[in-house]
Design a binder for this molecule. Sequence first.
Ligand SMILES: *[C@@H]1O[C@H](CO)[C@@H](O)[C@H](O)[C@H]1NC(C)=O
Length: 304
Amino acid sequence: MLAALIALHALTYKLKDQYVGPSFLDGFDHWPYSDPTHGRVNYVDQATAIVNNLTFAEGKTFVMRADDTTVLDPNGPGRNSVRIQSKNMYSVAVMVMDIRHMPNGCATWPAWWTCGNNWPYGGEIDIIEYVNGQSPNHMTLHTSPGCTQPQSRTMTGTTTSTDCDANVNYNEGCGVQSGNSASAGSGFNSIGGGWYAMERTTSSISIWFWPRNSRTVPTVVKGGARAVNTKLFGTPDATFVNNQCDFNSHFQPHNIIFDLTLCGDWAGNNYPASCPSNCVDYVNNNPAAFSDAYWDIAALRIYE
Ligand SMILES: *[C@@H]1O[C@H](CO)[C@@H](O)[C@H](O)[C@H]1NC(C)=O
């Protein structure tokens, strides 16, 4: 009985940081640098983002979007967009995000991820990522050499690749594809989104998704509780384990990053499979095509 109580206690995390509406502006920096993934975007600073309403923070709403009004000079900079990075870093933690809408459409490549210093040595955890509006969500680790994942793990998603080493397979990483079509894109947005959670321990990384209409979403997730216990979260959509990957040497403290790039290494290469003309021309000439290219986040809570 005592052992059981201790085990349960060890899995309980307490609220450390809460980002809602304007607190995203205090807790995150806008990152106005050139996109390392070679997208057709121009990441703007916070003042520029706010003046142009690309970043909007009020009450319980935080919105980040790409410009959807400007036709671009093909020889000039890319489409204005937003990338933000948390000031705080986190290691063992649970992150729970209540999200109403994610960027969607041809050329878009949105991501919610965490990343350490000196990439890829500090490790990278991609929680939400998909391209060209093609659901489902992809969950992926990128690391230095010597970290792989078994093909079969306890999760509802499907393994798509097993070597996490960023130096192989063009930085494909070790990936898991969600089995839930509402995990991204129009399926996600049409129901008002839902909740994502990521737990990082010293021996595992797990990711869960519950759609807005889910009957199994834990009350603590739905209600933004002051403490969470992942034991009650059910089978994860994706799980990464440490039996072929020493987490201590592959994962360091991480910043949280949100971004929205257009075209670039993944969305650009994947673009012809489902979208018209070519990616860069489409971005340059069709601002109105990006009116659905926005994040609308109700809350992000970090538990430690
Ligand atoms: C800025 O964006 C927010 C969120 O999408 C929207 O509600 C608001 O009307 C916009 N403001 C202006 C001036 O366009």
